[in-house]
Design a protein around this ligand. Structure first.
Ligand SMILES: Nc1ncnc2c1ncn2[C@@H]1O[C@H](COP(=O)(O)OP(=O)(O)OP(=O)(O)O)[C@@H](O)[C@H]1O
Length: 319
């Protein structure tokens, strides 16, 4: 039977850190500010938002800035405050303190600029898909020809064509998800708030939503996208904001954030396998090879991934 050994990096050597506590300590210490460049067209600025529900401090100094054309992947454990933040930006709830501006104005005056796709399906069961799009497009000021154009485009993009005349209450979960996304996007909002829009969706629904979101961002739309499925953020070329206990604790491009996490080195020799987490994976490999007591049969060096970033948020956010 193979023996699995979790090797600690030599003290003080090559930037190695023992896996869990090391990465977590690194992550909470990170502060990149914002990946904005001067001259960026800022669409959303949220500063020091606070919200308390009884004993729970849902938001505790939450800050986030989003530029035109940017997709921000807002990630964090259950209870981190992501939905509370999105609902605040959409003016569905008010902060206890702090400030939000959308295109420089108060969110209440900018509601038409925002489209929200809530985490839980919120549609009228007895209305058809087309009636939903007509209703929400009309409420947001689309006139007949523009409304027809937007409906046609979303019907194709979100693969709704075959179900336009069906009542939402009889649709499958994935079909309802696509309808919900279409409702959020029908008025071509400048800022799209998508709260786990692909939760429980099959790969085709997921891909349709991702393709439409990418298209909207390419046209200059801004997106905040929450998900627990991190490969979606790579596909969207999203910048990342990591929320924890009601605030953003890390912000930047995925590449920049991952620079702060250790890679993994695995060496197999004889019946043994040793692993090491280290910032300097080459140095770690040399250390492990020099400790091999039999012929080395396998070597693996793995760079940190967004999943590692997520896992490094070791402490639960349940409050
Ligand atoms: N209306 C409410 N009343 C009481 N507590 C609330 C309310 N809304 C949110 N909370 C609490 O605020 C905290 C943040 O919740 P929120 O839904 O924003 O987290 P989240 O990051 O979106 O989580 P998830 O990933 O599970 O969707 C949680 O502890 C939650 O129980």
């Amino acid at each position: 039977m193979n023996e699995l050994v979790e090797a600690a990096a030599p003290p003080g050597a090559n930037g190695g850190v023992p896996s869990d506590q090391g990465t977590h300590a690194t992550l909470t210490a990170m502060d990149y500010g914002d990946p904005r460049e001067s001259g960026d067209d800022i669409v959303l600025a949220a500063v020091d938002l606070r919200k308390r529900y009884g004993d729970v401090q849902a938001l505790d100094g939450f800050c986030l800035t989003v530029a035109a054309g940017e997709v921000v992947g807002l990630v964090g454990h259950n209870g981190a405050g992501k939905t509370t933040f999105l609902e605040m930006v959409a003016s569905l709830i008010r902060p206890d303190s702090g400030r939000i501006t959308i295109d420089g104005a108060d969110p209440m005056q900018s509601r038409g600029l925002v489209g929200i796709c809530p985490q839980h399906i919120a549609l009228y069961p007895s209305a058809t898909v087309r009636e939903h799009l007509q209703l929400f497009g009309g409420v947001n000021g689309l006139r007949r020809r523009a409304l027809r154009r937007e409906i046609d485009e979303l019907a194709v993009g979100l693969r709704l064509t075959e179900i336009m005349a069906r009542r939402v209450g009889v649709l499958s979960g994935g079909q309802q998800r696509r309808t919900q996304a279409a409702v959020a996007l029908i008025h071509r909002p400048r800022l799209m708030l998508l709260d786990e829009p692909t939760a429980g969706a099959d790969p085709e629904t997921r891909q349709a939503v991702l393709d439409v979101v990418k298209g909207r961002a390419a046209e200059g739309g801004s997106v905040i996208y929450t998900t627990h499925y991190l490969p979606e953020l790579t596909e969207l070329q999203a910048t990342i904001a990591v929320a924890r206990r009601g605030r953003v604790i890390a912000r930047g491009t995925g590449a920049k954030l991952l620079e702060q996490l250790p890679g993994q080195v695995r060496v197999r020799f004889g019946n043994d396998e040793v692993r090491m987490s280290a910032m300097d994976t080459t140095g770690a490999l040399v250390t492990l090879l020099s400790s091999a007591t039999a012929a080395v049969t396998e070597i693996e060096i793995r760079k940190p991934s967004l999943d590692d970033l997520y896992r490094s948020l070791a402490v639960s956010d349940d409050r």
